[in-house]
Design a protein around this ligand. Structure first.
Ligand SMILES: *Cc1c(COP(=O)(O)O)cnc(C)c1O
Length: 495
């Protein structure tokens, strides 16, 4: 299985190892597999009796054909071990008769990014060997919060890798900041950037496309690689948990083998929901994808109207990991639905004008499989409250999706069994979760809210969060977005 650019199908194909090592295509496009491998109902049935690690290794083996199944199983067994994922890698919780929640946050950082970032560094490590690479991989990450910590945790002290994480100074919670600022490891660096997530992400993109920068790094034994969700090594592992959820629903008797399920995903960069879409293209029985957004509802408008327009206000919400105006992985969906030529044109328009409109045939395909809904701040808070009253404590991002799923179910009348992706532990956003349930509560920040939420809900605080304040703060630097290239060079000791 080889990989090509979403913007030029005629460009030379590369191996999976090369795609993972490189991150982004030379033309700025994203790597996509040449074809989508098939998953039959018999395959699904066979996977039903397997562990999560075995399910993930099997799905990965279909895409990463230059890795052996044994290599992938060894990596998945470590990445998704009971020690790292307490309570299982991707367990389902029942919300009501017709809906289950797929909990993707039992990993070390209590957010769903762990699902990809616990395995990705292992895949990269092998990719360096497989491609005969002698330089050190320099991982550069822009994060709206959860990615940063999950990447730091995943890459920490991995051989022949260094990682730098930039985060928007006003775009992450105190818990997220603390999680990153206290990161251990000799190969990690963390820095805050003035501005919002897009400023940080654009800064990283600029560094990636800067030829002089690449030469300087190369001369000093480094090459740039991304851990952002545009890397295929991030995306591929996410396909597995949708297959796994389907297996579990069948095992629980919620659906019969061959029945369809719906999937609702709280969406930011469009990586998670796109992984679900790939699972469907492989053959997993999925009816609709509900794309859930917060007040930054650019994707809701896009799915309803076919126009993606980033010339709009940006809001800081209580679901900050979804506060995004450019959903990078949407490019992969456009490529699958409309081909590389049109994708390249849309992306050019997006860069130059900040807006594009898809052709009618693409819009029709979107309508057939996707529905876009959003929850504003009041609806998000109300959903946390009512869901808790019904017996389930969810975080702010998950609440956006629970609300969107309900709106979709009510408006469409579609009663297909719904799986809502739950992307963070309620404790990662404890203050907003608590305040949503008890209107009169007031906290200086989300850290203070941890014990209160624990008392209110009885749900255990994840260990990594409970011990945060006792850890040493190692990183406190704040810079202008323009200064990011200099910062990178000085961090690596390059003049
Ligand atoms: C990253 C993140 C999302 C958005 O996922 P995408 O793959 O970027 O769409 C949603 N919720 C949480 C908690 C996240 O960390």
């Amino acid at each position: 299985m080889n990989y090509r650019s979403t913007r030029n199908i005629n460009q030379d194909a590369v191996s999976a190892a090369q795609a993972i090592k490189q991150g982004l295509c030379n033309d700025g496009g994203l790597f996509m597999p040449e074809s989508i491998p098939a998953l039959t109902l018999d395959d699904v049935k066979a996977l039903s009796t397997k562990s999560y690690a075995e399910r993930a290794a099997y799905i990965l083996s279909l895409f990463l054909t230059d890795y052996t199944y044994e290599e992938l199983l060894a990596d998945c067994s470590e990445a998704y071990s009971d020690k790292r994922f307490k309570g299982g890698a991707a367990p389902l919780a029942t919300l009501n008769d017709n809906t289950s929640v797929l909990e993707l946050w039992h990993g070390p950082t209590s957010a769903f990014k762990d699902m990809a970032l616990q395995i990705m560094p292992r895949l990269l490590s092998r990719a360096l060997t497989k491609t005969g690479e002698e330089r050190t991989a320099f991982i550069l990450v822009a994060t709206s919060g959860d990615t940063g910590k999950a990447a730091l945790e995943g890459y920490c002290d991995v051989d022949k890798v260094k990682i730098t994480v930039f985060y928007p100074v006003d775009g992450v919670s105190r818990v997220q900041k603390l999680q990153m600022a206290t990161q251990k490891g000799g190969n990690v660096f963390v820095c805050a950037v003035k501005g919002n997530f897009d400023d940080a992400q654009n800064g990283v993109k600029k560094i990636f496309s800067d030829k002089t920068m690449a030469q300087k790094l190369d001369a000093n034994g480094y090459f740039l690689s991304s851990a952002n969700s545009i890397n295929w090594g991030r995306l591929a592992p996410q396909i597995a948990y949708y297959v796994s959820a389907y297996c579990d629903l069948v095992a629980e008797g919620k659906i019969a083998l061959g029945d369809k399920m719906n999937v609702c995903v709280p969406t930011g960069n469009f990586g998670n929901i796109f992984a679900a879409y790939i699972a469907k293209r492989m053959g997993l029985p999925v009816n609709k994808f509900v794309c859930a957004s917060n007040k930054n509802n650019i994707l809701t408008t896009f799915l309803n109207e076919g126009t993606y327009d980033r010339n709009r206000d940006f809001y800081t919400t209580m679901s900050p990991s979804m506060d995004i105006l450019i959903s990078s992985n949407l490019e992969r969906l456009l490529y699958l639905l409309g081909g590389s030529e049109r994708t390249a044109a849309y992306m050019k328009d997006l860069t130059e004008k900040g807006v594009y409109t898809v052709d009618a045939d693409i819009k029709a395909k979107l309508d057939a499989e996707f529905a876009g809904y959003y929850a504003d701040e009041a609806e998000c808070a109300e959903t946390i409250k009512t869901t808790f009253a019904d017996g389930y404590l969810c975080d702010t991002h998950t609440a956006v999706a629970v609300c969107a799923a309900k709106k979709y179910q009510e408006e469409s009348g579609d009663d297909t069994y719904m799986v809502v992706a739950s992307t963070a532990s309620p404790y990662k956003f404890a203050a907003d979760v608590y305040k949503s349930i008890k209107d009169d509560a007031d906290f200086a920040d989300d850290y203070e809210a941890l014990p209160c939420l624990n008392e209110l809900s009885g749900v255990e605080i994840p260990e990594g969060l409970a011990t945060l304040l006792s850890k040493e703060v190692r990183f406190e630097k704040v810079i202008e977005a323009d200064a990011m290239p200099e910062e990178v060079l000085s961090e690596l000791g390059i003049q």
